[in-house]
Design a protein around this ligand. Sequence first.
Ligand code: HSE
Length: 399
Amino acid sequence: MAKIAILGYGTVGSGVYEIFQDSDFSKKIGESVEVSKILDIREFPSHPNPGLFTKDFNDILNDAEISVVCETMGGLHPAYEFTKALLEAGKSVTTSNKELVATYGTELLEIAAAEGVRYMFEASVGGGIPIIRPLASCLLANNIERIAGILNGTTNFILSEMINNNREFDDALADAQARGYAERNPAADIEGHDACRKIAILASMAWGDFVDYNNIPTEGICDISLTDVRYAEKFGAAIKLIGYAEKQDDKSVYACVAPMAVECNNPLAGVTDVFNAIMVRGNYLGDAMFYGRGAGKLATASAVSADVLDIVRMKSLKKPMRWETGATKMLEPGKKKWAYIVRTKAGQKEIDSEFNPVKTVTGVVESETGFITEPMCEDEFLEKIARVGAVKYIRMLEN
Ligand code: HSE
């Protein structure tokens, strides 16, 4: 019997407890798993098993019988200090905490490797969707060329409401908050920071060197209007908040988070509501899309629990998944080529003096033209568009 503990009895932590109460995994992994302690500073008087709760972290740290701990507290502190102490004490840790993994993952993975234990974080990206383990094992034979993902459910819900139900941004955001999708501080979702941490984790996993989220240019969806949505539609595209990472020929990595126009024949365009999807391009496999619930109690808890089961089943691993300490060489954002959808009040002559539009539309807004540029480096685009003048522009995700 493997004994485990849970740090933080919130949405995900209580989901993990429920899963291990409901299911006997002994047939699947050759051993049963029991939650023997839960850390939370709150009281849960009506819980069926109040004796499990402690407010003292040392009760878990010093319990020699506990071999795996699920960190579902969220936030950086004290989650970082607790995780570090647990790993140093020879306990494996599984987590859904993307902020912690993106910030301290390098150090925590190193400590885990040195101690011969594991630090696993399947639930940190895409909630219940398997994506970390596929990158670490199923896709190992491929060189990953690029990753493009809808990594935040809240913003996908907001954009879907704008696209399908003609709602303004503020109205759709209020609904997302009322439904409990948005983070406590919605800025993390709508300004793209949550997706930024997630794409940093995926890029670090895909290419084996740490990608610092501080080096990833990040734009959110606060400026996206219903008019932008309608322009994208005219061009056969849907606006999605995309976490994007790509390996360059010179081995540098380009990454960004930005709202992008995704052409309707790209499966990412059909991902609506709170769903997440991650499209991974491998040199042998081509594109594979991982789709499902990127948030939610039991969906996310199922990924935390699967990490626990994996640890119990495979007690010794010679080379656990990890990335190296050395920071990744990043491509300067201005050097990345994109095609853009541009909205402008400039006349056709001014447009043609700088661009060779691939497609043009008029009539969406009076005295405005929309056009798609040829692909060009961001630096070059910014110079040209400064001369022409734009109401708005948005990158197009290349299929
Ligand atoms: N606020 C996040 C989202 C939760 O909307 O995707 C999961 O990380």
